[in-house]
Design a protein around this ligand. Sequence first.
Ligand code: PGA
Length: 258
Amino acid sequence: MRIPVIAGNWKMNLDRAAAIALARAVRDGVAMRPAGAPPVEVGVTPAYPYLEAVRGLLRGGPIWVGGQDLSPEKNGAFTGEVSAAMLADIGCSHVLVGHSERRQMGESAELCGRKVAAALAGALIPVLCVGETLAQRDAGKTAAVVLEQFESGVRGVAAADVSRLLVAYEPVWAIGTGRNATAAQAGEVHALLRDCAARNWSRAAADSLRILYGGSVKPENAAELLAVPDIDGALVGGAALTAPSFLKIIDACPNRAR
Ligand code: PGA
Protein backbone atom coordinates (compact mmCIF):
# COMPACT_ATOMS: atom_id res chain seq x y z
CA MET A 1 0.00 0.00 0.00
CA ARG A 2 1.45 3.34 -1.05
CA ILE A 3 -0.13 6.32 0.71
CA PRO A 4 -0.06 9.28 -1.71
CA VAL A 5 2.20 12.24 -0.97
CA ILE A 6 1.28 15.80 -1.88
CA ALA A 7 4.28 18.07 -1.48
CA GLY A 8 4.34 21.82 -2.05
CA ASN A 9 7.58 23.17 -3.50
CA TRP A 10 7.50 26.87 -2.61
CA LYS A 11 10.71 27.57 -4.54
CA MET A 12 12.07 31.13 -4.12
CA ASN A 13 8.65 32.59 -3.34
CA LEU A 14 6.89 34.23 -0.41
CA ASP A 15 8.30 36.37 2.38
CA ARG A 16 8.37 35.44 6.03
CA ALA A 17 4.83 36.62 6.80
CA ALA A 18 3.38 34.98 3.69
CA ALA A 19 5.21 31.71 4.33
CA ILE A 20 3.87 31.57 7.86
CA ALA A 21 0.35 32.47 6.75
CA LEU A 22 0.41 29.78 4.06
CA ALA A 23 1.77 27.14 6.43
CA ARG A 24 -0.93 28.01 8.96
CA ALA A 25 -3.71 27.83 6.37
CA VAL A 26 -2.45 24.48 5.05
CA ARG A 27 -2.10 23.13 8.59
CA ASP A 28 -5.65 24.19 9.47
CA GLY A 29 -7.05 22.88 6.19
CA VAL A 30 -5.41 19.48 6.66
CA ALA A 31 -6.63 19.34 10.27
CA MET A 32 -10.20 19.96 9.11
CA ARG A 33 -10.28 17.06 6.65
CA PRO A 34 -13.07 14.69 7.64
CA ALA A 35 -12.10 11.55 9.57
CA GLY A 36 -13.05 9.28 6.67
CA ALA A 37 -11.07 11.22 4.05
CA PRO A 38 -8.50 9.18 2.09
CA PRO A 39 -5.14 9.19 3.89
CA VAL A 40 -2.62 11.56 2.30
CA GLU A 41 0.89 12.51 3.41
CA VAL A 42 1.47 16.25 3.06
CA GLY A 43 4.74 18.15 3.00
CA VAL A 44 6.10 21.59 2.15
CA THR A 45 9.54 22.83 1.12
CA PRO A 46 9.91 26.52 2.01
CA ALA A 47 13.00 28.56 1.16
CA TYR A 48 15.91 28.15 3.62
CA PRO A 49 15.36 31.37 5.63
CA TYR A 50 11.79 30.37 6.53
CA LEU A 51 12.31 26.66 7.18
CA GLU A 52 12.63 27.01 10.90
CA ALA A 53 9.62 29.31 11.31
CA VAL A 54 7.42 27.03 9.20
CA ARG A 55 8.73 23.98 10.99
CA GLY A 56 7.91 25.59 14.35
CA LEU A 57 4.37 26.28 13.23
CA LEU A 58 3.83 22.72 11.97
CA ARG A 59 5.58 20.98 14.85
CA GLY A 60 3.63 18.08 16.32
CA GLY A 61 1.35 17.87 13.28
CA PRO A 62 1.28 15.51 10.33
CA ILE A 63 2.82 17.85 7.72
CA TRP A 64 6.51 17.35 7.02
CA VAL A 65 8.92 20.12 6.20
CA GLY A 66 11.82 19.73 3.79
CA GLY A 67 14.65 21.71 2.24
CA GLN A 68 14.82 22.41 -1.48
CA ASP A 69 18.44 21.30 -1.82
CA LEU A 70 21.42 20.16 0.25
CA SER A 71 25.17 19.87 -0.02
CA PRO A 72 26.69 16.45 -0.73
CA GLU A 73 29.38 17.34 1.81
CA LYS A 74 29.13 16.86 5.55
CA ASN A 75 30.62 20.18 6.65
CA GLY A 76 33.51 22.48 5.93
CA ALA A 77 34.52 25.34 3.68
CA PHE A 78 31.57 25.31 1.28
CA THR A 79 30.26 28.88 1.30
CA GLY A 80 26.54 29.11 0.63
CA GLU A 81 25.88 25.41 1.10
CA VAL A 82 23.65 23.72 3.67
CA SER A 83 24.28 20.20 4.97
CA ALA A 84 21.89 17.32 5.67
CA ALA A 85 22.76 17.58 9.36
CA MET A 86 21.78 21.26 9.42
CA LEU A 87 18.42 20.53 7.82
CA ALA A 88 17.79 17.65 10.22
CA ASP A 89 18.88 19.84 13.13
CA ILE A 90 16.09 22.34 12.49
CA GLY A 91 13.51 19.58 12.14
CA CYS A 92 13.42 18.93 8.41
CA SER A 93 12.64 15.33 7.53
CA HIS A 94 12.85 15.61 3.73
CA VAL A 95 14.90 17.35 1.06
CA LEU A 96 14.46 17.81 -2.69
CA VAL A 97 17.36 16.56 -4.79
CA GLY A 98 18.03 17.32 -8.43
CA HIS A 99 15.05 19.53 -9.16
CA SER A 100 15.25 20.41 -12.86
CA GLU A 101 15.69 24.09 -11.96
CA ARG A 102 18.94 23.04 -10.29
CA ARG A 103 19.98 20.57 -12.98
CA GLN A 104 19.53 23.41 -15.51
CA MET A 105 22.05 25.41 -13.49
CA GLY A 106 24.62 22.66 -14.01
CA GLU A 107 23.89 20.02 -11.38
CA SER A 108 25.00 16.68 -12.81
CA ALA A 109 23.35 13.29 -12.36
CA GLU A 110 26.46 12.17 -10.48
CA LEU A 111 26.20 15.11 -8.06
CA CYS A 112 22.51 14.30 -7.50
CA GLY A 113 23.52 10.75 -6.58
CA ARG A 114 25.95 12.08 -3.99
CA LYS A 115 23.22 14.34 -2.60
CA VAL A 116 20.79 11.42 -2.30
CA ALA A 117 23.45 9.47 -0.39
CA ALA A 118 24.19 12.49 1.85
CA ALA A 119 20.49 12.92 2.60
CA LEU A 120 20.03 9.27 3.58
CA ALA A 121 23.23 9.29 5.64
CA GLY A 122 21.87 12.36 7.43
CA ALA A 123 18.54 10.68 8.22
CA LEU A 124 16.64 12.79 5.68
CA ILE A 125 14.26 11.41 3.07
CA PRO A 126 15.44 12.55 -0.36
CA VAL A 127 12.87 13.46 -3.00
CA LEU A 128 14.83 12.67 -6.16
CA CYS A 129 13.46 14.67 -9.10
CA VAL A 130 13.92 13.41 -12.65
CA GLY A 131 12.53 14.58 -15.98
CA GLU A 132 13.23 15.21 -19.64
CA THR A 133 13.23 18.48 -21.58
CA LEU A 134 10.91 19.04 -24.52
CA ALA A 135 13.79 18.61 -26.97
CA GLN A 136 14.67 15.27 -25.38
CA ARG A 137 11.04 14.11 -25.53
CA ASP A 138 10.72 15.17 -29.16
CA ALA A 139 13.92 13.27 -29.95
CA GLY A 140 12.45 10.09 -28.42
CA LYS A 141 14.91 10.16 -25.53
CA THR A 142 12.49 10.41 -22.59
CA ALA A 143 13.07 6.90 -21.24
CA ALA A 144 16.84 7.05 -21.64
CA VAL A 145 17.14 10.46 -19.94
CA VAL A 146 14.80 9.73 -17.06
CA LEU A 147 16.22 6.28 -16.33
CA GLU A 148 19.80 7.56 -16.43
CA GLN A 149 18.91 10.34 -13.96
CA PHE A 150 17.16 7.79 -11.76
CA GLU A 151 19.93 5.18 -11.85
CA SER A 152 22.65 7.75 -11.15
CA GLY A 153 20.54 9.25 -8.39
CA VAL A 154 19.99 5.97 -6.55
CA ARG A 155 23.36 4.35 -7.26
CA GLY A 156 24.28 4.19 -3.58
CA VAL A 157 20.83 3.35 -2.22
CA ALA A 158 20.44 -0.09 -0.61
CA ALA A 159 17.20 -2.06 -1.02
CA ALA A 160 16.50 -1.53 2.68
CA ASP A 161 16.52 2.24 2.14
CA VAL A 162 14.02 2.34 -0.74
CA SER A 163 11.17 2.93 1.70
CA ARG A 164 13.06 6.08 2.77
CA LEU A 165 13.17 7.47 -0.74
CA LEU A 166 10.69 9.46 -2.80
CA VAL A 167 10.99 10.01 -6.53
CA ALA A 168 9.29 12.78 -8.50
CA TYR A 169 8.87 12.52 -12.26
CA GLU A 170 8.74 16.11 -13.47
CA PRO A 171 8.92 16.65 -17.23
CA VAL A 172 10.78 19.94 -17.62
CA TRP A 173 8.38 21.12 -20.32
CA ALA A 174 5.48 20.82 -17.87
CA ILE A 175 7.02 22.78 -14.99
CA GLY A 176 5.53 26.23 -14.53
CA THR A 177 4.19 26.18 -18.08
CA GLY A 178 0.56 25.36 -17.40
CA ARG A 179 1.02 22.40 -19.70
CA ASN A 180 0.88 19.18 -17.68
CA ALA A 181 1.75 15.72 -18.96
CA THR A 182 -1.38 13.74 -19.66
CA ALA A 183 -2.24 10.93 -17.29
CA ALA A 184 -1.17 8.46 -19.99
CA GLN A 185 2.20 10.19 -20.60
CA ALA A 186 2.98 10.38 -16.90
CA GLY A 187 1.74 6.84 -16.22
CA GLU A 188 4.02 5.46 -18.93
CA VAL A 189 7.14 7.04 -17.40
CA HIS A 190 6.13 6.06 -13.87
CA ALA A 191 5.81 2.44 -14.98
CA LEU A 192 9.27 2.61 -16.59
CA LEU A 193 10.72 4.00 -13.36
CA ARG A 194 9.07 1.28 -11.29
CA ASP A 195 10.37 -1.46 -13.60
CA CYS A 196 13.84 0.05 -13.36
CA ALA A 197 13.53 0.04 -9.56
CA ALA A 198 12.54 -3.64 -9.69
CA ARG A 199 15.64 -4.44 -11.76
CA ASN A 200 17.80 -2.35 -9.46
CA TRP A 201 16.54 -3.77 -6.16
CA SER A 202 13.58 -6.17 -6.20
CA ARG A 203 9.93 -6.21 -7.23
CA ALA A 204 8.91 -5.81 -3.58
CA ALA A 205 11.15 -2.76 -3.15
CA ALA A 206 9.83 -1.27 -6.40
CA ASP A 207 6.25 -1.84 -5.27
CA SER A 208 6.97 0.11 -2.07
CA LEU A 209 8.60 3.06 -3.89
CA ARG A 210 6.43 6.16 -4.09
CA ILE A 211 6.79 8.02 -7.38
CA LEU A 212 5.17 11.45 -7.51
CA TYR A 213 4.29 13.41 -10.62
CA GLY A 214 5.14 17.11 -10.90
CA GLY A 215 4.59 19.74 -13.57
CA SER A 216 1.61 22.08 -13.64
CA VAL A 217 -0.48 20.01 -11.23
CA LYS A 218 -3.60 22.05 -10.47
CA PRO A 219 -6.96 21.39 -8.82
CA GLU A 220 -8.41 20.97 -12.33
CA ASN A 221 -6.10 18.13 -13.42
CA ALA A 222 -5.05 16.56 -10.10
CA ALA A 223 -7.77 13.92 -9.82
CA GLU A 224 -7.10 12.52 -13.28
CA LEU A 225 -3.34 12.33 -12.73
CA LEU A 226 -3.60 10.95 -9.20
CA ALA A 227 -6.03 8.23 -10.32
CA VAL A 228 -3.24 6.55 -12.32
CA PRO A 229 -2.20 3.51 -10.25
CA ASP A 230 1.54 4.15 -10.67
CA ILE A 231 1.25 7.84 -9.65
CA ASP A 232 1.70 8.05 -5.90
CA GLY A 233 1.21 11.76 -5.34
CA ALA A 234 2.29 15.12 -6.66
CA LEU A 235 5.07 17.65 -6.29
CA VAL A 236 3.29 20.96 -6.74
CA GLY A 237 4.87 24.33 -7.47
CA GLY A 238 2.62 27.22 -8.47
CA ALA A 239 -0.62 25.70 -7.17
CA ALA A 240 1.00 25.11 -3.77
CA LEU A 241 1.40 28.85 -3.17
CA THR A 242 -2.20 29.36 -2.12
CA ALA A 243 -3.86 27.18 0.49
CA PRO A 244 -7.21 26.69 -1.30
CA SER A 245 -5.64 25.26 -4.46
CA PHE A 246 -3.11 23.14 -2.53
CA LEU A 247 -5.86 21.74 -0.30
CA LYS A 248 -8.00 20.91 -3.33
CA ILE A 249 -5.11 18.86 -4.74
CA ILE A 250 -4.80 17.03 -1.42
CA ASP A 251 -8.52 16.28 -1.58
CA ALA A 252 -8.16 14.93 -5.13
CA CYS A 253 -6.12 11.95 -3.91
CA PRO A 254 -7.78 8.57 -4.33
CA ASN A 255 -8.09 6.22 -1.37
CA ARG A 256 -5.09 3.90 -1.61
CA ALA A 257 -5.55 2.56 1.92
CA ARG A 258 -8.23 0.13 0.78
P1 PGA B 1 4.71 23.69 -11.10
O1 PGA B 1 6.11 23.25 -10.48
O2 PGA B 1 3.65 22.93 -10.36
O3 PGA B 1 4.64 25.17 -10.89
O4 PGA B 1 4.74 23.30 -12.54
C1 PGA B 1 6.36 21.93 -10.10
C2 PGA B 1 7.76 21.78 -9.58
O5 PGA B 1 8.66 22.47 -10.09
O6 PGA B 1 8.02 20.99 -8.66
